[in-house]
Design a protein around this ligand. Structure first.
Ligand code: ZN
Length: 250
């Protein structure tokens, strides 16, 4: 058992008693979620979903049609899953040389793309209390301490909060490989770490055709060596020309 401590609820000013070891408590008077940090108590906020599921899939298709993506990725990518989530981010307001700076840092450890470069939502943040409707989104739990960042930030603290960012995690399959994109559903931005690119696809196609041709010609060579060798020679030149074409055009 830790020590009991007490703070004022930042919303209704009621006293909230909590175990000093805990970081997250609920005000028993107004049901607000409050997090406790060594610098004091703060709210949870949440940004609303500005991008719904249909629009998220539409954003993905438009992105997939881009010129750097594998040919026809927008048509051929099979969507394997669309997940609605809230990702926790610390929002620090600091006074840096007399100017207010807002710094965002992830509060949950993640390898998902984009979550280290989220932008402050343009929409109003809502206090995340019992009345906030998460709309079926999965809440990702914060597992990084605020102090881990606060000690390294410039300037002096003015305010800090934990903000749940609405995100869509979209998984898709292309050529038997699974990929994922993250859509920031407040700013409408798409993030992707790894995606099938046009040139690698074309090179793979050339290499694959060359390989098939060599196997066929190997069979021919077992029946007639000269014919097989001539065909292989033609294939080598063909693969070389095709690779050159891919390098120049695709
Ligand atoms: Zn309260």
């Amino acid at each position: 058992m830790g020590n009991l401590a007490s703070i004022k609820c930042p919303k209704c000013a009621a006293p909230v008693t909590f175990d000093a070891d805990s970081k997250f408590v609920k005000c028993t008077y107004c049901d607000s979620q409050v997090f406790i940090d060594k610098s004091g108590a703060g709210f949870y906020y949440a940004a609303p979903f500005m991008v719904d599921e249909t629009n998220a899939v539409g954003m993905f298709r438009r992105w997939a049609a881009g010129s750097t993506k594998a040919k026809d990725l927008d048509r051929l990518a099979q969507i394997a899953g669309v997940q609605k989530k809230y990702f926790p981010v610390y929002m620090f307001k600091r006074d840096v040389n007399g100017k207010e700076a807002v710094i965002l840092q992830p509060a949950g450890s993640t390898t998902l793309p984009g979550l280290h470069s989220l932008k402050v939502p343009a929409t109003d943040l809502k206090v995340f209390d019992a009345s906030f409707d998460v709309g079926g989104a999965e809440m990702i739990k914060p597992d990084i301490e605020m102090a881990a960042y606060a000690d390294k930030l410039p300037g002096t603290p003015k305010e800090q909060a934990l903000v749940f960012f609405p995100i869509w995690k979209l998984e898709y399959v292309f050529n038997q490989k699974r990929y994922e994109v993250i859509i920031d559903a407040s700013a409408g931005e798409l993030f992707s770490a790894d995606f099938p690119t046009r040139s690698s696809m074309a090179y793979m196609a050339v290499a694959g055709l060359g390989f098939v041709a060599f196997i066929a010609e190997g069979l021919v060579a077992t029946m007639s060596l000269p014919v097989g060798l001539v065909l292989m020679g033609v294939t080598v030149v063909g693969v070389f020309m095709a690779a050159l074409h891919v390098a120049r055009r695709m």
